[in-house]
Ligand binder design. Structure first.
Ligand SMILES: Nc1ncnc2c1ncn2[C@@H]1O[C@H](COP(=O)(O)OP(=O)(O)OP(=O)(O)O)[C@@H](O)[C@H]1O
Ligand SMILES: CC(=O)N[C@H]1[C@@H]2OC[C@@H](O2)[C@@H](O)[C@@H]1O[C@H](C)C(=O)O
Length: 375
């Protein structure tokens, strides 16, 4: 039987620090929140650091592979652990001030059909280097049970949207795009298609810059309609959700070859917005509000194209007081707390997992057994 003491413990908020390194490979984001895994009682410090180009290139080298060299996993984990310690120091905090780290790691390979998803990062090493209990491998159990293993932020979106009128859509424009439809307790989510990753790759190859700042290059180009039509001729868009994508699931190189810088950028930008048009038919209702999160919300050309597609004004999540640069890091702090509390991280309507499913692997801080090289 559960004692009153245990019940009180169960509802006591924990202070958790989430770490996210997303598919755009732009860098790492950290956020501290206090939560009981159901609601968020406070939003604490946040910080982001971009990866050095050399480090980003090392990550890029292992994209699409099922594993990574132990040295890279150790360097990646150390970099994020140092980042945690620096964030704490900058805010006059020490490791005992944090109950839990939610360490997402870096997705390098995602193939849920074959029940494989690989996020590099060593949870035990994180716990040891920071001295903080750590939850990692969030997506593993979901995929093993036949779920898509993504998206995982939707339950966090629903928790934040508790007091907002629905139906509403939260659209994350990261490397890949994903939408969460929320109407009261109802939540449906899936990856929509590409968001920034293909555009980023195009801009990097042609200009050496990491992304199209403000969407200016795309805005100065003309869409190549025949190429756009071929890009959109992809069975993914007709698939019923739940569904998820690997970063580089759309083979675009051949179709784009021969296009100029601006024309290619404009065509890819509209590939993203048109993929959202194709997502609309999979939503259970018409959202009366679209909230944009992720780096793509800072691209006015993309925002305009999306607004045209969805037919209602779109707003950045900041319009409702959320932190768009930190939402995913916050989500993995929230999910870490849900994990230790045994609450579901995913649902049949978010990842297609057969029943609501908890997950994540817990690494206690006392563990001195670093598992360098094991993802
Ligand atoms: N000022 C800007 N102008 C245009 N694009 C921008 C701007 N700022 C950020 N971006 C885009 O946002 C991307 C980063 O987005 P974000 O940090 O949400 O990605 P992520 O978290 O890595 O992705 P995912 O959600 O797929 O895991 C950049 O790579 C860039 O394409
Ligand atoms: C396998 C994986 O890492 N997927 C990411 C990726 O980036 C965006 C989209 O594809 C989403 O499905 C997911 O990330 C967010 C944080 C999520 O799980 O909600």
């Amino acid at each position: 039987m559960t004692s009153i003491k245990q019940k009180q413990d169960q509802i006591k908020p924990l202070r958790a620090l989430g770490l996210m390194s997303g598919t755009s490979l732009d860098g790492v984001d950290a956020a501290i929140i206090e939560t009981d895994g159901e609601t968020v009682s406070s939003h604490g410090p946040v910080h982001s650091v971009p990866y050095e180009p050399e480090f980003r290139a090392r990550l890029r080298d292992v994209l699409g592979k099922r594993g990574a060299p132990g040295t890279l996993i150790a360097d990646f984990t150390r970099l994020q652990a140092d980042f945690v310690l620096a964030l704490l120091k900058a805010n006059n905090m020490t490791p005992p001030d944090i109950d839990l780290v939610g360490f997402h790691g870096q997705t390098i390979f995602h193939d849920p059909k074959n029940r494989v998803t690989v996020q590099i990062g060593d949870g035990a090493m994180m716990a040891e280097l920071t001295g903080i209990d750590t939850v990692a491998e969030f997506r593993h159990d979901d995929v093993a049970a036949g779920g898509e293993g993504a998206p995982f932020a939707p339950l966090y979106h629903r928790a934040l949207a508790r007091d907002l009128d629905g139906p509403l859509a939260v659209l994350n424009l990261g490397g890949v795009g994903n939408v969460t439809y929320i109407n009261g307790d109802e939540v449906l989510a899936f990856d929509t298609g590409p968001a920034n990753a293909l555009m980023d790759d195009w801009i990097l190859t042609h200009t050496g810059q990491p992304f199209d700042d403000g969407g200016r290059i795309a805005a100065s180009g003309q869409v190549n309609e025949p190429v756009l039509a071929r890009l959109l001729d992809n069975p993914y868009f007709d698939l019923k959700p739940p569904k998820s994508l690997d970063r580089d699931e759309f083979p675009v190189a051949e179709l784009l070859s021969g296009l100029g810088l601006e024309e290619g950028a404009a065509t890819l930008l509209h590939f993203t917005s048109e993929s959202i048009r194709r997502a609309l038919r999979h939503l259970p209702g018409k959202p009366n509000r679209w909230l944009l999160t992720g780096g793509g919300r800072k691209n006015p050309a993309l925002v305009l194209a999306i607004e045209t597609v969805v037919g209602v004004p779109v707003e950045p999540v900041e319009a409702v007081g959320w932190r768009g640069d930190d939402l995913e890091a916050e989500a993995f702090a929230f999910l870490a707390v849900r994990s230790v509390r045994g609450l579901p991280l995913s649902l049949p309507t978010t990842t297609g997992v057969p029943t609501p499913m908890s997950g994540g692997r817990f690494y206690p801080a006392q563990s001195k057994k670093a598992r360098i090289g094991v993802s």
